[in-house]
Design a protein around this ligand. Structure first.
Ligand SMILES: Cc1cc2nc3c(=O)[nH]c(=O)nc-3n(C[C@H](O)[C@H](O)[C@H](O)COP(=O)(O)O)c2cc1C
Length: 172
């Protein structure tokens, strides 16, 4: 499954069944988290108009325009200072679960990016969805039936020279 997962940015005009949405969220909640604090919040968006607004967060999120489903991955910073790591792992679980169900998914980054000169991408999403200040927004995962074909990952991508045995610089 890890080889099959690719960033899919174009989706068919077809709804993701509710039971699939639930399976994807279940996978997110099985993520590990620092000190098992589990700071996650997920805003599940299947309203087309709201998804269009999410696509306007920043250029790198335009791919959401054809997505029938978007999951906004958040973390409560009052629950854990490690919320970024915990939310990142959950975001990857979401993508792997989507892949396992025959869906395509892609990470649209929000944290520490700008919507405009005056507004951060995070504030734009927070205002759009009514997310409170202490709940931080990491990314939006677009999900849907793929409308593009991508090859799975290849062994050539494995960077054995970046693997160090016992001591940095000592490769195989
Ligand atoms: C932290 C992070 C941020 C990313 N942000 C975006 C993004 O804003 N927009 C986008 O289209 N893809 C984004 N991606 C997807 C990457 O471009 C993609 O994973 C990379 O090109 C490798 O391709 P693959 O996912 O098909 O293996 C992001 C991925 C990660 C892990």
């Amino acid at each position: 499954m890890v080889k099959k997962r690719r960033s899919i940015r174009r989706y068919q005009d077809r709804k993701v069944p509710r039971e699939y949405v639930e399976k994807i969220l279940e996978a997110a909640f099985y993520s590990p988290s620092s000190m098992n604090r589990r700071p996650w919040h997920f805003v599940v968006v299947d309203d087309r108009e709201i998804i269009q607004k999410l696509a306007n967060t920043r250029r790198a999120l335009r791919f959401l325009e054809t997505a029938p489903l978007a999951i906004v991955v958040c973390g409560d910073e009052t629950i854990s200072s490690a919320w970024v790591f915990d939310a990142s792992i959950a975001a990857e679980h979401i993508q792997l679960a989507a892949t396992a169900l025959g869906l395509g998914a892609c990470w649209g980054h929000v944290l520490d990016r700008q919507h405009s000169e005056e507004k951060s991408a995070e504030d734009y999403v927070r205002e759009l969805l009514g997310i409170p200040e202490h709940v931080r927004v990491l990314c939006v995962i677009g999900i849907g039936y793929p409308a593009e074909d991508k090859e799975e990952h290849k062994e050539e991508e494995i960077m054995w020279d970046r693997v160090h045995w016992n001591r940095f610089g000592s490769t195989l």
